[in-house]
Design a protein around this ligand. Structure first.
Ligand SMILES: Nc1ncnc2c1ncn2[C@@H]1O[C@H](COP(=O)(O)OP(=O)(O)OP(=O)(O)O)[C@@H](O)[C@H]1O
Ligand SMILES: [Mg+2]
Length: 513
């Protein structure tokens, strides 16, 4: 007890354990690193040096661009500086091969967003995406209220946000969050390695996507960072298990917070953006709040729904069990991290497709739709007979129609489900999205159809159908029997009791919408 009493504070509480890794932890850690390598989690060194080169070059171009604008606008000979900085997973050191780099241009007062847009008139959205020497770049812009932007600028100082336009505040936020995250963790390298493993696991289990209502990169990073604070000396092999332990038993919707929030009475307009369920009604509805660590602190998971909450929790519980087996030598890290099969979990599915009536090359139909498909999930969830509606985060190209993208939603019904008819929900979704599409990207055709599992093969290839490991309830043989008796809220569809009536009702009466 006395050691806990004297323990330092990391984040908003004292740690749970200050234990250092033992021999077994270190051995398991070695095998974890090997397994991550086998999944190509680390990019080849040539790609890393290419990224560094590209960032240096772009930084040079930004400075040059700002310099050219400065000499036309300011009569005196000033070095207005300016710079390009990276944030997101690249800044955290957890990007993998082929992933893009999130970057931000920091410009002095006399260079405006309009300059930025005009120089790059293809960009009608705040984020500009392009490929430079083979590297995908997302570029944001922030105009600071300073005459010059020095190279050693401290972005973690909140005062930097004063007098900025809201877009610049938002753009700066990503960088400020990354800086704070790295400051809040007791050991950056264990944080990075654990986060790499957790991201790989989440992607391979179909629960990595902010747009679809799961967690995105930043939310997973905060969960891992909080775990690192609670177990400051633990090795990644231990931390990964603790991530699943802490957050599968977390008392949601209690928020996950990395540091105390401070009031900024001098920045009222920005203080209003701070996540605060006492003040903002919308914040009270958040089911799994994971709060960013820099002012204005915001929830990074506002898209989470009843279904995604259940799916994430189930996945974490399963992952925790597998980690326990790994500790006991009964399972391997590969068992934890490998890709799982989505379709084995559900007997009832809806196929949703979007097809552009006219091919427009520069329109991101898939991106448009991806950020809206959770609206269908929300509509389905309002039906009290639907227990889970899970979107497969993988989208598919329709085999004979290249302009067509399709998504699948797995459905699980409550046990007593009867005469289920989802026609209304689907109709409303098609109407809402059709109208939004008309406004934003042009006319599209949206189709949604109930698909029997046996008919999936007419939608996607056999290879896709079989892709990934078919999930069992538990990896230990002794648990297999016990699992058969468990009720319907589990992951595998095969031994779940089927609501026959619902199945027949949708399957035979209402097959297309
Ligand atoms: N929902 C969100 N809430 C708050 N900040 C966000 C959110 N989504 C993105 N951001 C900010 O933008 C940054 C880049 O977002 P992105 O989705 O690329 O995540 P990432 O951490 O780079 O992971 P990935 O490896 O998937 O690219 C995040 O690190 C975060 O700072
Ligand atoms: Mg990113």
């Amino acid at each position: 007890m006395s050691s806990t009493m004297s323990a330092p504070t990391f984040g908003i509480s004292q740690p749970i354990s200050m234990d250092f890794p033992n021999k077994k932890d270190l051995l398991l850690n070695k095998s974890l690193t090997e397994t991550l390598k086998s999944f190509n989690c680390f990019e080849p060194s040539e790609e890393t040096s290419q990224r560094v080169k590209v960032l240096n070059k772009l930084n040079f171009l930004v400075k040059k661009w700002i310099h050219l604008l400065t000499i036309t606008r300011i009569p005196m000979d000033v070095d207005a500086g300016g710079k390009l900085i990276a944030f997101g997973s690249y800044r955290l050191g957890v990007h993998s091969s082929g992933s893009d780099i999130d970057t931000l241009v920091l410009a002095p007062r006399h260079v405006t967003r309009l300059d930025f847009i005009l120089e790059n008139f293809t960009a009608f959205v705040p984020i500009m995406t392009f490929k430079y020497s083979g590297i995908d770049i997302d570029l944001l812009f922030a105009r600071l209220d300073m005459p010059t932007v020095p190279d050693n600028i401290d972005l973690s100082d909140d005062n930097i946000l004063k007098n900025l336009d809201p877009e610049s505040v938002r753009s700066l936020n990503g960088c400020r969050v990354a800086e704070q995250l790295l400051k809040q963790v007791p050991n950056q390298s264990t944080f990075c390695e654990t986060l790499r493993a957790v991201k790989l696991w989440a992607k391979n289990h179909g629960i990595y996507s902010n747009a679809i209502g799961f967690f995105g990169g930043i939310a997973w990073a905060i969960l891992v960072a909080r775990t690192c604070q609670l177990y400051p000396n633990a090795a990644p092999s231990k931390l990964i298990q603790k991530v699943f332990f802490v957050f599968s038993t977390w008392n949601w919707p209690s928020p996950v917070i990395l540091k105390h929030m401070e009031n900024r009475f001098d920045m009222q307009n920005l203080s209003q953006l701070v996540w605060d369920p006492r003040r903002n009604y919308a914040d009270r509805l958040h089911l799994m709040p994971i709060i960013t660590p820099s002012f204005p602190e915001q929830n990074s998971t506002h898209n989470v729904s009843r279904s995604t909450l259940q799916v994430i929790q189930n996945e974490m519980k399963e992952a925790f069990k597998i980690c326990e087996h790994v500790q006991k030598g009964k399972a391997t890290w590969k068992d934890l991290l490998e890709e799982t099969n989505f379709f084995c979990k559900y007997r009832h599915l809806i196929a949703v497709s979007i097809n552009a009536e006219k091919e427009k090359e520069d329109t991101d139909f898939a991106g448009f739709f991806e950020s809206r498909i959770r609206q269908l999930v929300q509509l389905l969830e309002r039906n009290s007979q639907v227990q889970i509606a899970q979107v497969n985060t993988r989208k598919f190209k329709a085999p004979f129609s290249p302009g067509k993208s399709q998504w699948f939603i797995g459905l699980e019904f409550i046990q007593a489900a009867k005469n289920l008819d989802l026609t209304e929900e689907i109709k409303r979704f098609k109407k809402i999205i059709g109208n939004q599409a008309k406004e934003k990207i042009g006319t599209v055709q949206i189709d949604a159809a109930y698909v029997k599992k046996s008919k999936l093969i007419t939608y996607i290839s056999a290879a896709e159908l079989k892709r990934g490991k078919f999930m069992k309830k538990d990896t230990s043989p002794e648990k297999e029997n016990a699992n058969r008796k468990r009720p319907t809220t589990t992951q595998s569809g095969d031994d779940v009791k089927k609501p026959r009536t619902a199945f027949n009702s949708i399957g035979s009466v209402q097959t297309t919408f």
